[in-house]
Write a protein that binds this ligand. Structure first.
Ligand code: 5GP
Length: 184
């Protein structure tokens, strides 16, 4: 299992896309969330979009490997998603924030963790604003979360600075393929 974490706006999604294109044996577990769907997102593809009541019910039923509140919404890794991929012999990538990463590391000690960070805080803020998927208040909440996340990067097995997408993707592929033995 590969945990990929790092602040919102660091470019995790882009680097993971490049990783999956090059390592066919890898797959991303689709998380559940209560946050509103963004334009272009599809239920069951980016996330399983649940309302608060349904998310709560699944928490009570013990269906999450980990779950958190992040910037006012709930997010969680479904045990069923992870199990399904592992049963099919695929290595699973979890794209999750810091507290989730800590919980999974505690539950799955042999998981490999990678932190993806921006070159610096100013660049992170610039990218979040340029992405324009969130309102100002939402961007502020994410930048607030990111300070804690950046302070914790030394906890991870590997760190990749997303200074240039191609270079950073190659570095990520190198790490993950070495750790999983997958073809690059
Ligand atoms: P976004 O709303 O931008 O899709 O995601 C916000 C943050 O939640 C990102 O840092 C993302 O990695 C994280 N996240 C997505 N799914 C999960 C999950 O299942 N568990 C946890 N702990 N974090 C998640």
């Amino acid at each position: 299992m590969i945990i990929i974490s790092g602040p919102s706006g660091a470019g995790k999604g882009t680097l993971i896309e490049g990783l999956l294109a090059r390592c066919p044996g890898l797959t991303v577990a689709v998380s559940a969330t209560t946050r509103p769907m963004r334009p272009g997102e599809v239920d069951g593809r980016e996330y399983h979009f649940l309302d608060a009541a349904e998310f709560g019910r699944q928490v009570d039923a013990g269906e999450f490997l980990e779950h958190v509140v992040y910037a006012g919404n709930r997010y969680g890794t479904l045990r069923s998603e992870v199990r399904r991929h592992l049963d099919q012999g695929r290595s699973v990538v979890l794209e999750i924030e810091l507290r989730g990463a800590r919980a999974v590391r505690a539950a799955v000690p042999d998981a490999v963790s990678v932190f993806i960070g921006p070159p610096n805080f100013e660049e992170l803020a610039r990218r979040l604003r340029a992405r324009a998927t969130e309102a100002d208040e939402e961007i502020m909440r994410r930048l607030e979360e990111s300070r804690t996340e950046l302070a914790a990067m030394e906890e991870f097995d590997h760190r990749v600075v997303n200074d240039e997408v191609r270079r950073a993707t190659d570095e990520l592929i190198g790490i993950v393929c070495t750790e999983t033995g997958a073809e690059g």
